[in-house]
Ligand binder design. Sequence first.
Ligand code: ATP
Ligand code: MG
Length: 302
Amino acid sequence: MKRYHDIVGDGGSGILEQVAEQRTRITDGLAGVRHLVAVGSGKGGVGKSTLTLHLAGALRARGLRIAILDADFNGPSQARMAGVQGALFVPGSHKVSLPRTRNGIGVFSMGSLIPESEALEFESAAHGESHTWRATREFSLLSEILGSFEWGALDLLMFDLPPGAERTVQYADFLGPRTSFVLVTIPSEVARGVVARSAAALSKGPNRLLGYIENMSGYYCRDCNAIKPLFASPEPFDAVQRSPSSLRIPCLGTVPFDPELARHCDRGFPLAELPDTPVGRALDHVAQQLLDNLESTTEPSR
Ligand SMILES: Nc1ncnc2c1ncn2[C@@H]1O[C@H](COP(=O)(O)OP(=O)(O)OP(=O)(O)O)[C@@H](O)[C@H]1O
Ligand SMILES: [Mg+2]
């Protein structure tokens, strides 16, 4: 029996070559993608998934080729929101084809594979240590997905990230400097504070931080056709800007809360079916800002 000290290099497992091979597979698979954008936030429930899908829809309406990778494996939302729950994964010419929404956005979401009544299981033999195991398994699953699906020629691949400041940084590290980040917040000091920390953490790495989107910025009242305050804002805007938790990154735009948008998300209807409303126009404006920012980026080295 070999002792630990007898093991030389990778112990003959070929793991280093396998990792390098997987990385090459991913790089090759994403070679036809012009822009990689991750939508994250330290805070949960602020609208990352909603904005990812509907910004993708707004850009798709302009003729761009878009795909979404729902990287929230444990709490996937895109399958339901994009209307691809129960979609079949079929072989493409070389790899697996992506299911598509009615408006032609390719979507990978764990929610297409696992019903909402079930949780994603990562078997672990080490009781009390599953946190280490899960993180490793999650990122190895992400590698598998990136390497196995046909991303093809895309203008934009959007990653819908799970919540959490720490995980946002882990994804940045894993996805590498080609991926730009957009953070989502809501107009509360609590959310801004958490998102400010995510921005600070990201600023230490090489990923480009395009800016933030303020979601649920007012409530769209259909009865009076006006945007009303949703969160109390006791401090004047300037004071908020100066507060320690202010976000010192560009604001790509604000999106009001619209119950009709929430209903569209629950039912998996695309934005194009949402009549011309302030929320539709706001999403369109943010989509244009995002595009302008991306197009002004000089291609980082791969
Ligand atoms: N602008 C909006 N108008 C109406 N409903 C919204 C809006 N933004 C988000 N929602 C709704 O709020 C809920 C939470 O949004 P969402 O799931 O996109 O948040 P999230 O940040 O992705 O959450 P998580 O952290 O769990 O991933 C959803 O039901 C969504 O439909
Ligand atoms: Mg989400």
